[in-house]
Structures are given as C-alpha cells and as structure tokens.
Design a binder for this molecule. Sequence first.
Ligand code: 6GU
Length: 248
Amino acid sequence: MRLDVITIFPEYLEPLNVSLVGKARARGQLDVRVHDLRDWTHDRHNTVDDSPYGGGPGMVMKPEPWGEALDAVIESGADDARPTLVVPTPSGVPFTQQLAVELSERPWLVFTPARYEGIDRRVMAEYGERFDVREVSIGDYVLAGGEAPVLVMVEAIARLLPGVLGNAESHRDDSFAPGAMADLLEGPVYTKPPEWRGHGIPDVLISGHHGKIARWRRDEAFRRTTANRPDLIERADPASFDKKDREI
Ligand code: 6GU
C-alpha cells in the first residue's frame, strides 16, 4: 500500500518511522511519502493561509498550494492510479474500525492534514469530481491540526494489512472486530507472575477448562462494555446476546 501525507509539519509525522508502521515500511509492505506543503508555494513567506471570506476568526488554507501539491503527488503515481483522498477534519464522518478496514483495502491513500480553520472548500470540490474524497474525524473533540489524526488513522489501517501484524489472530478479538464478540469491548488480560503485590489472577484462567475460560471472557467483556460503553449494548443486535449474558 502507498500512503502520501501533505503537511506544513513534516516532522510531526516522524512517528511513522517507529514500531509497527516503521517496520512495515522497512519491510516494503508500506510505501509512505511525507511532503511539505510549502514546497508548492511561490512567495517569499511560503504563505499557505489567508483570512476567511465572510469574516470571522482564524485563517483558512489557500487552495493553490493544495492544488499544486495534490496534482504533483497524484501525477507521481502510475498513469491510471487513482488515490483515495483522506481529509482529516472534526467535521468529517467518524473514523471507525469499519472505515479502517475499508481504507486498508485501497492501494493508495493521500492524507491532507490541515491547520487553522481548514482548507478552502473548493479543493474538496475540485478533487471530488475525479477521486473518492473522504472527510474523516477521529472523535468528538477539536485538535489544533490533522497531523495527529493521520498518525491515528495510519496505525489503525497499517495493522490490518496482510503480514504487518506478527500474529494474524491478533485481529480476531479486537474490540470492534466482527465475529462472536462483535459489539463487545475486550475484557481484562493477565500474564505472569501469578501473584503481584498481593493481587492474584482469576482461577478460571489456570483451570485448563477452555469452555469456562471462553464464558468468563465473554462475561468480563459484557461487564466492561455495560460500564464503559452502554451505547454499544443499546445499539447491538439483541440476537447477538445469549441468556447467560443477560444474567450479568
Ligand atoms: Cl481529523 N482534525 C482536527 N483538527 N480535530 C479533530 C479531528 C480531526 N478529529 C477530531 N478532532
């Protein structure tokens, strides 16, 4: 998969050299290219923003540098290659595991993290005529720019690519993954030592009884979801819960 990021803070994307994403790049599973938007400005001050039409606080990112940057990045691909444009904005659709899966199946993503009050609307209109443009938010809070959301989205997407996670089964029980535990958050986990600062581990986990362990994990997942995300229980298909869940 190819990923391009166009930003006025290329150094903000340095974490893409680390850990899972960094290793995927080193192995050639991910081709990540970070570009400085100011490379496509032509004035002495490398201006990327201006005051909003209609007045109001803050500044708006000018369309011309984004147009030149996007044209150059898109032209650097194969003749008929069409990237999906991912535009981080608190006004976008929610970034969910489902959207991460969908984006992980695309061959080429171009991220356009903005600062200030966002990018002149005409940029999305122009590229929306020829490409799939997705405006995406990572949650109901406002950040100073889209760079941190790009790090979040790239990590969620990269770990879904074939061969990137060491153990393909690691996806299986993810909170929000489809399957038997769909609609439930993951429950607690334990490792050695068996006693730490006076805290033991649940006996069932060393019982060797796989059926009882599965039931315990499901009960814990149900308990945690009820406590932390009652909205997920409300929204779930009632048929996905069995009689024992309801006893919790
Ligand atoms: Cl994608 N951008 C900004 N600036 N703030 C956000 C966001 C994105 N998602 C949630 N808050």
